[in-house]
Design a protein around this ligand. Sequence first.
Ligand SMILES: [Zn+2]
Length: 132
Amino acid sequence: MNRIAPILAAALMVAGCATGGGLGMAASHLDSSAHRFYEEVYYGRGTGHAADDAAMLAEAATDFSQAVDRGRSREELQPSFDRVADRYHHLRRQVESRDTRYSDSALAFERVTDAYLDVDRAMNHPDSRYHE
Ligand SMILES: [Zn+2]
């Protein structure tokens, strides 16, 4: 009858795990959404400045996600997160200025934004579920 309890217990274990449930999850969402965005830009436009920028963000998101998986401290993660943030904001300025190179991939970029904001919260707020 009580089938929910084990699921809750598992969820609590994930949240309390050493690599950080909140940040780990957000970093992996950022990694996958950034790659999805890159694919949309690339298949829509082919190579060029837009695809290069999207590829740089995807690469930085992968590096960051791997650093989180390795259990790095916030201080150690900061330079890697700064790189993600730079590339994210560089793209965001172009997407927001309605640059036509990104018009087909605006929805994919919204998912990147959601994941980016989750990572930002987990990195910068001490009450987040990230444990060092
Ligand atoms: Zn650029």
